[in-house]
Design a protein around this ligand. Structure first.
Ligand code: SAH
Length: 261
């Protein structure tokens, strides 16, 4: 029976695709990739006979029609998507027509751009006693935000926020976070094309400065915004250490050192 796989291609660097994705690509009969974002290198493992198409310019209905049309006999069909398919990837909208057509579906996760951005900036999204929570979100643009998910509300947690699809809305990021109680000198990092070897750019600034910095750098797409009380911790003279490696803290694999009082 044919199967359609929604495969996360990762953030851009072809080496950040999973082994599972690579194996599936190598056996695929048809691959539809999201041209504007997924590095074409991700298709480099496909068989010569594999039908490969860029979905740039296709509507959702055209995409699902294509996937259904390719799902003949025992075909392995891949929808190759940027980052991870479960984040801002229209996954359910594509799965539903396949369910209706009785076609089997599978998903292969990918490295999402928030993680690739943290990696290339050498930032930890969690830091003991600073923040232990990460929110993946976006700022309201044409897509309305559900109730309770405005930046003003999410920002009140003062945890790490990774904002997708919002690079053209930096003014809204600032006003939302100021309304949530953040200061104008709060640190913010923008990573453009994280993990793209030649094009990756890291811009560090504050809520007050970042918009102008991104304008100067010409960044207006494919960028991740990270705001977090943990940003820049690499340079701090002192940080609270993780309990996991604390000699006085037992866990499943190690007993605490016996300290004589
Ligand atoms: N499913 C994707 C997100 C798709 S939405 C994922 O998991 O990453 C597209 C948004 O993702 C862009 O607006 C940008 O915010 C972010 N993005 C995608 N690739 C990126 C990259 N290489 N570097 C930084 N941000 C990226």
């Amino acid at each position: 029976m044919a199967k359609v796989w929604f495969v996360g291609a990762g953030p851009g660097d072809p080496e950040l695709i999973t082994l599972k994705a690579q194996k599936l690509i190598a056996q695929a009969d048809a691959i539809l990739y999201a041209g504007s974002l997924v590095s074409q290198a991700a298709t480099q493992w496909a068989r010569p006979a594999c039908v490969i198409q860029d979905s740039k310019g296709m509507t959702l209905a055209e995409i699902t029609d294509w996937l259904i049309a390719q799902s003949v006999a025992e075909a392995t069909v891949i929808r190759l998507q940027t980052g991870d398919p479960s984040l801002y990837g229209a996954l359910i909208e594509m799965v539903q027509p396949l369910d209706q057509a009785g076609i089997e579906v599978g998903v292969v996760p990918g490295v999402t751009s928030a993680m690739a951005s943290a990696a290339c900036a050498v930032e930890s999204l969690t830091l003991p006693e600073m923040t232990q929570t990460v929110i993946f979100s976006r700022v309201e643009g044409r897509t309305p935000m559900p109730e309770g998910e405005s930046l003003e509300e999410l920002g009140r947690h003062h945890c790490t926020l990774c904002l997708y699809l919002s690079i053209t809305l930096l003014q809204k990021v600032r006003t939302g976070l100021l309304a949530a109680g953040w200061q104008d000198d709060a640190r913010i990092v923008v990573v453009h094309k994280a993990s793209w070897p030649e094009e990756q750019q890291i811009i560090r600034g504050t809520l007050a400065t970042i918009k102008e910095q991104c304008k100067q750098a010409g960044i207006n797409a494919q960028a991740m915004i990270i705001v977090s009380p943990a940003l820049g911790a690499r340079q701090w003279p002192e940080i609270k250490k993780s309990k996991l490696y604390d000699a006085q803290f037992s866990h499943r694999f190690r007993k605490a050192s016996q300290i004589q009082e």
